[in-house]
Design a protein around this ligand. Structure first.
Ligand code: SAM
Ligand code: SF4
Length: 341
């Protein structure tokens, strides 16, 4: 992974090729490697989901082509996600291929941790530098209910395996839902501090309808989570964004090496600094998490591969300015698992 000049081939005057019409530079790709998952988190997926047939999912070779095209266009960071990325056959081989790309500075992943016990070391060896692990509860029964059937012990073993694998950074992610796990904020932070890890709290987004789950009733703002943490631990200012960074706003937890991040798509719109796009497992380039603007990369790869990079460059002009999420009005029918979180 070495730096390159992404503007050479396209000869643009601007510093970077992937610049949208609001002058934002896209340097970060979230690549969903599958829409399938070994859990069914109640806020993410419906109980009975219809998954993509294999023929519609990009092959590993096609995913490598997509990653290569974006890196040649100036993307510096790729996050593998899903669904659960570790249920995709060949995930380590994909990481190895992407890890070799000249110009890519960071290859990272978001995982639910269930299979990390097996995969943490091979991923690290493949060149993955950082990993985010989602964990919404430290109580076994509650974890099972939240994920519909998950086993907390598997995730704990996954976290330990990641800690032993030598990643540059490991971050925990938690979605807090009012009346479900909002009493565990302090415990989750303490867990992160004890392990020497960072932790981010994510506001629930209204992506997809889920029977029996009313998003407007579970929504909780980062501000109230932050107050709980501030009261118990004390928070100090911290460095926030690097240029290929994500949407988390970080604070340092007093007297510890851990940071706590707040991802607040509902209460503190961060679209003005958006530097990322997503590609779904079926090859749909989503220009914004909260809008439907997209480009079918699978069709291009399979029928006119020579035009892939130019098509990506052109699509930037259609990246919307911002999302308008409303938990009472779910206009985006895609679930997060199909979007690539
Ligand atoms: N399966 C992996 C995992 O859970 O980490 C990766 C994919 S998951 C879709 C990525 C992240 O999105 C997880 O941290 C999850 O908690 C979060 N997520 C899922 N649905 C969400 C929603 N509706 N609003 C906010 N975050 C959500
Ligand atoms: Fe699976 Fe991740 Fe969605 Fe949970 S949040 S159902 S682990 S994709």
């Amino acid at each position: 992974m070495t730096p390159m000049n992404p503007t050479e081939e396209f000869g643009h005057d601007s510093d970077y090729v992937l610049t949208d019409s609001f002058d934002r530079q896209v340097r970060y790709l979230r690549l969903s490697v599958t829409d399938r998952c070994n859990l069914r988190c109640t806020y993410c997926m419906a109980e009975n989901m219809t998954f993509l047939p294999k023929s519609k999912v990009l092959s590993l070779e096609e995913m490598t082509l997509v990653g290569k095209a974006f890196v040649e266009l100036g993307v510096e960071k790729i996050r593998l996600t899903g669904g659960e990325p570790l249920v995709r056959n060949g995930i380590v081989e994909l990481a190895q291929q992407l890890g070799k790309l000249d110009g890519l500075r960071e290859l990272v992943m978001t995982s639910n941790g269930v299979l990390l016990d097996k995969f943490a070391q091979p991923l690290r060896d493949a060149g993955m530098s950082r990993i985010n692990i989602s964990i919404d509860s430290l109580k076994e029964d509650r974890f099972k209910a939240l994920t519909r059937f998950g086993n907390l012990g598997d995730v704990m073993r996954g976290i330990d395996a990641a800690c032993n694998a030598g990643f540059d950074k490991i971050k925990l992610n938690a979605v807090v839902l009012k009346g479900t796990n909002d009493d565990e904020v302090v415990d989750l932070v303490q867990f992160a501090v004890d392990k020497g890890l960072d932790i981010s709290f994510i506001e629930e987004m209204p992506l997809g309808e889920i029977d029996g789950h009313i998003r407007s009733e579970t929504a909780i703002e980062s501000r109230s989570i932050r107050e709980q943490i501030e009261d118990r631990f004390g928070l100090e200012a911290s460095d926030n964004h690097d240029r290929a960074g994500g949407p988390s706003k970080y604070m340092r937890i007093a007297n510890s090496s851990s940071r706590v991040g707040f991802i607040s798509p509902m209460s503190d719109n961060f679209c003005a600094s958006c530097n990322r796009v997503r590609v779904t497992a079926e090859g749909l380039l989503l220009l914004c998490l909260g809008n439907e603007h997209s480009l079918d990369l699978r069709e291009i790869i399979r029928n006119q591969p020579a035009s892939l990079k130019q098509a990506i460059v052109d699509s930037m002009q259609r990246k919307p300015e911002r999302h308008y999420f409303d938990p009472k009005d779910i206009t985006i029918t895609r679930h997060m698992s199909a979007t690539g979180g």
